[in-house]
Design a protein around this ligand. Structure first.
Ligand SMILES: NC(=O)c1ccc[n+]([C@@H]2O[C@H](COP(=O)([O-])OP(=O)(O)OC[C@H]3O[C@@H](n4cnc5c(N)ncnc54)[C@H](O)[C@@H]3O)[C@@H](O)[C@H]2O)c1
Length: 249
């Protein structure tokens, strides 16, 4: 029943590590995919990997999540219903290890524009398509760092805290139209985006998880693919840590 055939799913940030894994997980379930990123090179790379892994032929759309006009244009360019929107695109690397007193205002603002405003505007741009589908699902990428209060990562955790709050409010606004909105909160994954993170932080996670050890992208991707399926409506409004039991929500 959580099959995605006949469901059109959009994945943002599809050029990145988790985005690619989510695209493959959705394609394996038969989704009709539209993959998006602002990086044409990595988006094309994901397309090739999805084709190679699954034989699927996703559509591509370049979109800059920091640019409201680019997001609005994306919404207009897609005709017909959309069954799932996975808001995975974000500034997700390079902002850690900086104390809150040392964050550049410009960097803070940019991160909020992409991670928070971009998520809101994507949902706004695709709300008509999601309603039209009769079973629209939104999956927002949060992070468990916002749940346990990771230090020296203030701009990022603030943005993901906002995404969690938005998820709950949007779930109530869109619920009457049968559109579900959830957030998943991965812990630190072994992705290119976290290669810069000091080993001590990786170790903190790897020894602190209920299921100790490193975590790749596959399980979080599989959960995201379930959450855009029809039965996932029952989880609307929930924030789901997908971190092998590092935090319990
Ligand atoms: N990797 C982790 O450990 C981890 C943990 C918790 C949450 N997350 C979340 O998962 C998601 C994916 O993370 P990732 O590790 O794959 O990171 P990543 O940096 O590999 O991927 C992020 C993607 O977003 C795209 N992006 C950035 N700015 C954009 C913009 N202005 N417009 C359009 N696209 C833009 C990038 O090009 C990239 O492809 C993010 O939301 C991240 O915050 C990741």
């Amino acid at each position: 029943m959580n099959d995605l055939s006949n469901r059109r799913i959009i994945v943002t940030g599809a050029g990145g590590g988790l985005g690619e894994a989510i695209a493959i997980a959705c394609a394996r379930k038969g989704a009709d995919l539209i993959l998006s990123d602002f990086n044409e090179v990595t988006l094309q790379r994901t397309l090739e990997r999805v084709e190679e892994a699954t034989g699927a032929k996703p559509g591509l759309h370049l979109c800059d999540l920091s640019d409201p006009a680019s997001i609005a244009e994306f919404g207009k360019a897609v005709e017909g219903p959309v069954h799932g929107l996975i808001n995975n695109g974000a500034i997700a690397t390079g902002m850690g290890g900086i104390g809150f007193e040392d964050i550049e205002i410009e960097a803070w603002d940019k991160l909020m524009q992409v991670n928070v405003r971009g998520t809101w505007l994507m949902i706004r741009a695709f709300a008509p398509h999601l309603r039209d589908s009769g079973s629209g699902r939104v999956v927002n990428l949060a992070s468990d760092t916002a749940l346990w209060g990771a230090q020296n990562l203030m701009s990022y955790i603030s943005s993901k805290g906002a995404v969690m709050a938005m998820t709950r409010g949007m779930a109530r606004e869109l619920g009457p139209d049968k559109v579900g909105v959830v957030a998943i909160a991965p812990g630190i994954l072994r992705t290119e985006s976290t290669e810069y993170v000091p080993e001590a932080r990786h170790r903190l996670y790897e020894t602190g998880r209920a299921v100790p050890g490193p975590q790749g992208t596959e399980e979080a991707a599989a959960v995201a693919a379930f959450l855009v399926s029809e039965p996932a409506i029952t989880l609307t409004g929930q924030i789901l840590p997908v971190d092998h039991g590092f935090v319990f929500n």
